[in-house]
Design a protein around this ligand. Structure first.
Ligand SMILES: NC(=O)c1ccc[n+]([C@@H]2O[C@H](COP(=O)([O-])OP(=O)(O)OC[C@H]3O[C@@H](n4cnc5c(N)ncnc54)[C@H](OP(=O)(O)O)[C@@H]3O)[C@@H](O)[C@H]2O)c1
Length: 293
């Protein structure tokens, strides 16, 4: 199967290099700017295309590795080309294949979404991380197991996902990556309030964050949970809430702690968490004054 790319950005260059290094024939690149296609072709030892139709003609499968908002318009542009029996793929985590390529079956072609569950930050070095990455594949048609096997042969892991689970899947990815940034931001801001610079705060927290993350990955959240909520230490939780300045910060802490309480109850089914439950249920803790920021 010969694979081509429309969109010579981070994912296009990385996947193309990953495929080429693994012995999958890559035809080449068509991109919005000619210098991008040229660079990607040089990097992967493939061809630069100046006509999208020629790339389609020469490829069996074409990845539309353009930003999510451009996938549908690029697909529409392909209306002028014969795509029958071609395999079209996109790499969006949130869009399904049917959303991106709505009438693909009528056009005699097949559509898939193939999402690498990894941050792809560089056009030239991220391809090295794809072998250890996890891919989620979704779409209608006979090639689901072909993609799964191909990715697994290249050293990656792959799983087929139902279209109806795609948004839930993407929300899960966002929670464990983007939402983590919100937690770390809150934590470093508190340390800045104790006189730390951001760099010092991150360096001080690094061993705690790393050890916790490793434990979480190895044993899961129930086993990894420690701290005041897990101990049922309502006094400490109350003192944390009291020291937080704004209503939003208190709400943030309270909501996250309520979730921890659910996990703690699973970990210690015989422990009495009533006091903590009452404290976290309250809209406001005693001492939280009305004029709080
Ligand atoms: N980066 C990640 O961490 C990551 C991870 C998983 C999935 N994804 C998905 O991968 C896809 C690509 O993301 P990316 O990070 O690679 O984006 P990117 O680095 O911004 O690359 C997108 C490329 O698309 C090209 N492009 C834009 N509009 C085009 C058009 N109308 N026709 C042809 N080419 C066009 C741009 O080309 P020019 O350079 O020619 O202007 C750009 O190089 C997205 O669906 C994204 O959700 C990204």
């Amino acid at each position: 199967m010969k694979v081509g790319f429309v969109g010579a950005g981070k994912v296009g260059c990385s996947l193309g290099k990953f495929f080429a290094c693994g012995g999958i024939p890559v035809t080449g690149y068509f991109s919005r700017r000619r210098e991008s296609s040229k660079e990607a072709a040089l990097f992967t030892g493939t061809k630069e295309y100046t006509e999208i139709g020629c790339l389609i003609r020469d490829s069996d499968a074409v990845f539309l590795t353009v930003p999510d908002g451009a996938i549908f318009s690029v697909y529409k542009e392909l209306g002028k080309s014969d795509i029958s029996e071609k395999i079209l793929c996109h790499c969006s985590g949130v869009l399904t294949a049917a959303e991106a390529f709505p009438d693909i079956a009528r056009r005699g072609a097949y559509g898939y979404s193939i999402h690498p569950l990894i941050p792809v930050s560089s056009k030239v070095s991220s391809y090295r991380e794809l072998a250890g990455a996890f891919f989620c594949i979704e779409g209608e048609g006979p090639h689901l197991s072909l993609w799964k096997n191909l990715l697994e042969c290249l050293g990656a892991r792959a799983r087929v996902l139902r279209a109806c689970d795609k948004v839930r899947y993407h929300a899960a990815c966002a929670i464990s990556s983007n939402l983590m940034c919100a937690l770390i931001w809150e934590s470093t801001e508190l340390l800045k309030g104790c006189g730390f610079s951001e760099k010092e705060a991150l360096e001080a927290l690094a061993p705690l964050m790393r050890a916790n993350l490793e434990h979480l990955i190895a044993s899961g959240p129930v086993d990894a949970l420690t701290g005041a909520v897990e101990r049922g230490d309502a006094d400490t939780v109350q003192r944390h809430l009291d020291c937080l300045e704004s209503r939003e910060e208190k709400e943030f802490y309270r909501l996250a702690s309520k979730k921890l309480l659910e996990i703690a109850a699973l970990k210690n089914p015989l422990r009495d968490y009533t006091e903590l439950e009452k404290l976290l249920k309250r809209e406001k803790s005693p001492g939280e004054n009305e004029n709080v920021k």
